[in-house]
Design a protein around this ligand. Structure first.
Ligand SMILES: [Ca+2]
Ligand SMILES: [Ca+2]
Length: 293
């Protein structure tokens, strides 16, 4: 519920975002059947769902270059630990400093304490910011993990790392889980699902007689919001959309809707610019064990 929507008094810290490239991207992966523990980095790093184009390498990333990455460095946009959940795509955002003089070629990312790292190519249309979507498996337990991020340039010069931690809060999953997260603080985005019975599930109507339930609403930034059917989800259509409810200084935001079913996970992303805006995300058609999008 939004009891205090109009009484939030946020500090004047404004997160300036220049996000380019808003076309919807879909990432599809298999969900591990085993339980995944964020507090066990070596195992957890294998099951994180990476963005398109990312590669995993066993070992440690190249050491920072003496003299730095040709003027490039990364810094954090988040204050403290970002809250996420199982079945959510947490969207960590970093500022890339110095990109007016030198272009980032990519980023190395490592889960602290793991034996591997990820290489993620830079998005040339968004050189001054790096948004890192990390899909957390639906089977993940409560816990916390941290990532280190380095930027490198076309000459393979590597910066020093910046660190960001993510808290994983266990939310409902099962027959169908629909999860929303976004990448700015001080914004209220809402997840809405119209289920096969014609019931709209959202912050103002948290349950449906079909068994669907909203078990987390977020009103101040990042999410996650989560709607799920634990044991059975009725056959039929599930219409999913997001709405930009409140802007308390966060501005434009990039959202990630993750659908987790017993057979896998899909992530849909897009951009919301301003209050009152609505974006249709996907219609899920379920028939027995088959889900289509
Ligand atoms: Ca919300
Ligand atoms: Ca929040």
């Amino acid at each position: 519920m939004k009891n205090f929507k109009h009484s939030y008094l946020y500090p004047l810290a404004i997160i300036l975002l220049t996000i380019v490239g808003s076309c919807t991207r879909v990432i599809e992966t298999e969900v591990p059947k085993i339980v995944v523990n964020p507090n066990d980095p070596a195992s957890f790093s294998r099951y994180l769902i990476l963005p398109n184009g990312a590669t995993r390498t066993v070992g440690t990333p190249p050491s920072p270059t003496s003299g730095g990455a040709g003027g490039l460095s990364v810094s954090n946009t988040n204050n403290g630990t970002v809250v996420s959940s199982n079945g959510s795509t947490v969207a960590l955002t970093f500022n890339v400093n110095g990109s007016s003089n030198n272009q980032p070629a990519g980023y190395y990312v490592r889960v602290v304490g793991s034996d591997m790292y990820y290489t993620i190519p830079a998005d040339p249309s968004n050189a001054d910011q790096f948004t890192l979507p990390l899909g957390i498996p639906g089977a993940s337990e409560n816990g916390q993990f941290c990532v280190e991020v380095w930027v490198y340039d076309a000459q393979n010069r590597v910066s020093t790392p910046v660190q960001q931690c993510v808290g994983v809060e266990r939310l409902g999953t099962g027959a169908l889980q629909i999860n929303l997260a976004w990448n700015t603080n001080n914004t209220d985005i809402d997840l809405h699902v119209l289920d096969p019975s014609g019931t709209e599930i959202y912050y103002n109507n948290e349950t449906s007689r079909t068994g669907g339930q909203l078990d987390r609403d977020d009103t101040d930034g990042y999410g996650p919001e989560n709607i799920f059917w634990r044991h059975n989800a009725p056959d039929g259509e599930y219409k999913v959309w997001v709405e930009y409810y409140g802007n308390y200084g966060g501005g434009r935001t990039r959202y990630f809707v993750t659908i987790t079913t017993p057979s896998g996970a899909k992530s849909f992303e897009g951009v919301l610019q301003q209050e009152g805006e609505r974006r249709d995300v996907v219609t899920i058609r379920k028939r027995g064990d088959s889900y289509s999008f």
